[in-house]
Design a binder for this molecule. Structure first.
Ligand SMILES: *Cc1c(COP(=O)(O)O)cnc(C)c1O
Length: 490
């Protein structure tokens, strides 16, 4: 035993805590500098890692350790400067959150606790339950609602499909599977729905082809009459409609389905009503934007992402379910004696989060969401979302005012799709090359999609750091580069 009465020193804890403390403080300072720099728009949005950088991390599994300082320098040199860039004001690709310093600090606290939120009786689990209550309140869900943090909306949408499947087929589907002679279960969503919904059908054993994609109206929202006609035709053909998926913010253009009409349709046909709110659901934090999502409160389940427009660090997806019983019946496996629950002690507090989804070991995602909401407040977070929508309108107006540019979809939320106009006889479209040049310039990083068969540049304005000057810079760069590319073609 040493002087402190210890008979054992962990081989994995440091020998010199004072030295570690100094290094840790320096790392924290560096990361806060990094975020402060990002906030100021320092450096390029993204730089492509060259071969030398990629090679710099290739090595054999290290048998013996190296000093933390040295490994940290490798992180500083080879990783930090070559991240995707979504903390930078120029980032506007895909659907990425920008993060916040509060979120980063919360992640550090969560990692220090190293809590496992699969279950058991402790305050981290209790905090997740509090966040679930807040989310239920935001969506005016009843007391008996339940919810769960998951990786992202891909998982949350899969859970929505599984809850709907269990509701349609009963407990037996969990032990017997989907039987050969069962009626085919059919789900419905708008044609612009995210690919993870059909993958959810696939992974649930229901088949991706049994997600029927319904045509869009001019604004991108689902044609509800066409969905009704499809359901009626399928019923006549002996199929079994079981799920309607509403889209609250489509990934291509940010369109929003008529969420009330879909709720009515689901009620009329007695099917589960799930909403993919990965982009838009948390707009309910903004009274101004909430109006666009009227009817979402009637969903049976909602998928959403705190890591997108609420800027909580990755990852923080969430599923909200109208009835805790549905969720427990879909996932709980109380038969395992290893996970037995007790009325007291550490094994109390059933149901546990692991009864509500597929994961047993789970991190403390709730802490970063709780801290972001507590420190920043719902109003400011909602305000930041409303401001991104205003900036999207600004960008759309700038594009509409430039004869060389063409706005490719109505801007209903925060996504702006556009093209550099090219003569119809041009053999190869310059827009893909143009996008690459924009990204390589380091000024801005939009992404792309295809609309009506055409390649379009897509700017998704989630980032709370993106101001109008950055959008002006994007438009100017697009015009000069587009002209140069066109001249080179001619
Ligand atoms: C991002 C997104 C998803 C998938 O969510 P992940 O968090 O990336 O798993 C699903 N639907 C929509 C509309 C999305 O934007």
């Amino acid at each position: 035993m040493d002087a402190a009465g210890k008979d054992w020193n962990s081989p994995l804890d440091p020998d010199d805590w004072a030295a570690l403390r100094r290094q840790g403080h320096a790392m924290l300072d560096d990361m806060l500098d990094h975020l402060q720099g990002a906030a100021a728009g320092a450096g390029p949005v993204w730089r492509q890692p060259g071969a030398a950088i990629r090679d710099s991390i290739r090595e054999a599994l290290p048998a013996t350790g190296a000093p933390l300082d040295q490994v940290y320098q490798q992180f500083r040199n080879s990783i930090l400067p070559y991240s995707v860039g979504n903390t930078h004001p120029g980032f506007m690709g895909w659907v990425h959150g920008a993060g916040t310093p509060v979120g980063m600090l919360a992640e550090m606290l969560a990692a220090g606790l190293n809590a496992n939120l699969g279950g058991r009786d402790h305050m981290p689990v209790e905090l997740e339950r509090q966040v679930v209550r807040w989310v239920a309140q935001l969506f005016s869900f009843p007391e008996e609602a339940s919810g769960l943090f998951v990786t992202g909306s891909s998982m949350a949408n899969l859970i929505g499909v599984l809850v709907a499947r269990r509701r349609a087929l009963g407990a037996e589907v969990r032990t017997q599977g989907v039987r050969d002679n069962a009626q085919t279960l059919v789900a419905y969503a708008v044609r612009g729905t995210h690919g993870c919904v059909s993958r959810g059908m696939d992974m649930a054993g229901l088949g991706s082809a049994n997600l029927r994609l319904i045509d869009q109206q001019a604004d991108g929202s689902v044609d509800v009459a066409a969905m009704r006609a499809a359901i009626e035709a399928h019923l006549r053909a002996g199929l079994r409609p079981f799920l309607i998926v509403g889209t609250a913010g489509s990934v291509d253009i940010g369109s929003i389905d008529d969420l009330h009409a879909l709720a009515d349709l689901a009620a009329e046909f007695g099917v589960h009503y799930h909403v993919d709110g990965a982009i838009g659901a948390l707009c309910l934090l903004s009274p101004q934007l909430a109006r666009k999502f009227a009817g979402i409160e009637r969903a049976d389940s909602i998928a959403m992402d705190f890591h997108k427009w609420m800027h909580v660090p990755y990852d923080a997806g969430f599923i909200l379910v109208r009835s805790a019983q549905w969720q427990v019946e879909t996932f709980a496996d109380l038969g395992q004696s290893y996970l037995a629950r007790e009325p007291g002690g550490l094994s109390a507090g059933s149901p546990w989060p692991c009864d509500l989804g597929p994961d047993l070991s789970r991190g403390f995602r709730a802490l970063k969401v709780w801290m972001s909401l507590k420190v920043l407040g719902a109003d400011k977070l909602g305000q930041a979302m409303a401001e991104s929508c205003e900036r999207a309108q600004y960008l759309a107006a700038r594009i509409a005012a430039e004869p060389e540019l063409e706005l490719m979809a109505p801007v209903q939320l925060n996504i702006v799709c556009f093209r550099y106009r090219t003569p119809p006889d041009l053999s190869t479209d310059i827009n893909a090359r143009l996008l690459r040049d924009i990204q390589l310039s380091g000024i801005a990083a939009p992404s792309s999609t295809r609309l009506g068969g055409q390649y379009v540049i897509r700017a998704a304005l989630l980032n709370h750091r993106t101001g109008r000057a950055k959008l002006d810079e994007l438009v100017e760069f697009t015009l000069t580069t587009g002209r140069a590319l066109l001249a080179a073609q001619a």
